[in-house]
Design a protein around this ligand. Structure first.
Ligand code: ADP
Ligand code: MG
Length: 322
């Protein structure tokens, strides 16, 4: 028997490397007229690397002096060495961060753990792990509360000059700056970089042609890293520093203006936007379980170029149905 057009389109999408969950989804993919892309893991390859480890020496009243005393980081002396009385060494910062990130599935967490492994660091035990999507993680490492995440979100008050300077330098270089705090005190900043996917610019161009609108970038990362990557991909509509609910608001804004938005994302932080969008598409390889479950379709072949391909397939099938 001949397959109905939407079903053969699903089979076709599968051959292109996209798992479309139903015929209804296959049909909706062809209706979209705006696209919102996540950054980390979607527009980028999703295998970021730690490029910088900057211990903070902790000048000032909230510095590290309190931590180096008898009740301080003495448990970590094996990691810190005796040469850094004012703070942790690079390895000390990385060990704490990697221990706290170990249970996380976030691409930045994997990068931090991989960097610690490359240096041959043994990770201290961790308990009471928790993560806040779009913010970072906290955990108790060797009895100390360690927080790792977005500097602007971890530091309640105005950032200390030493932190602000390290963060500013890294972000100016297009890095994602991640702050490491121990018992509420900033002990280091990590610089992390991820590469644009090789097919990102071509995909942005193809989606612009298909939908008549240039895709937008929605990211939780800092505006400077976001702007740099967006420029490389040919995206001008950039919204940075977004929490998961901000991504939802950005999608709803466009839908309220009459758009049918396709959201492409990979993270736990993208799940609410994937659910709110007309159609949600998750990146399969780097994707979190929550994103894969929430999305209407999953990109199994790890290529962004499958996005315009599947939209075009849906449109062709709908022409046959109508
Ligand atoms: P994106 O929207 O680009 O995929 P996320 O919303 O997942 O990014 O993360 C936004 C920001 O929150 C990151 O740039 C980082 O600063 C911080 N963050 C989130 N999760 C983590 C984590 N596990 N470790 C460190 N930082 C994190
Ligand atoms: Mg992401």
């Amino acid at each position: 028997a001949t397959m109905p057009p939407l079903l053969s389109a699903i089979a076709n999408a599968g051959r292109h490397g996209v798992l479309v969950k139903s015929a209804v989804v296959m049909e909706r993919l062809g209706q979209i007229d705006a696209v919102a892309l996540d950054k980390t893991g979607t527009l980028t390859e999703g295998t970021p690397r730690v490029t910088d480890v900057r211990p903070l020496t902790g000048a000032g009243p909230t510095g590290l002096t309190g931590l180096t005393g008898p009740t301080g980081l003495t448990g970590l002396t094996g990691l810190t060495g005796a040469t850094e009385p004012a703070g942790l060494t690079e390895d000390g910062v990385l060990s704490l961060a990697a221990a706290a990130e170990h249970p996380s599935e976030h691409p930045l967490a994997r990068a931090i753990v991989a960097a610690a492994r490359e240096r041959g660091l043994v990770l201290p035990d961790v308990r009471d792990f928790s993560s806040a999507p779009g913010v970072g993680v906290t955990a108790v490492v060797d009895g100390r509360t360690v927080a790792v995440g977005a500097p602007a979100r971890l530091l309640a008050d105005a950032a200390e000059p030493a932190v602000a300077m390290a963060v500013g330098e890294l972000e100016d270089g297009g890095r994602t700056a991640v702050l490491v705090q121990c018992d509420g005190v900033p002990v280091g900043v990590l610089g992390i970089a991820d590469r644009l996917r090789p097919d990102a610019a071509a995909t942005v161009a193809a989606l612009t042609t298909l939908t008549g609108t240039a895709p937008a970038l929605l990211t939780g990362d800092n505006p400077r890293a976001a702007a740099r990557l967006a420029a490389e991909a040919g995206i001008t509509d950039v919204r940075a520093g977004l929490l998961p609910q901000d991504k939802v608001a950005a999608v709803r804004e466009r839908e309220a203006a009459g758009r049918k938005v396709l959201v492409v994302g990979d993270g736990v932080n993208d799940a609410p936007a994937l659910a709110a969008a007309h159609t949600g598409l998750a990146m399969g390889r780097a994707g979190s379980d929550l994103a894969l479950e929430t999305a209407d379709a999953v990109i199994v072949r790890d290529e962004l170029a499958t996005v315009p391909a599947v939209v075009a397939l849906s449109r062709a099938a709908r022409r046959l149905v109508v």
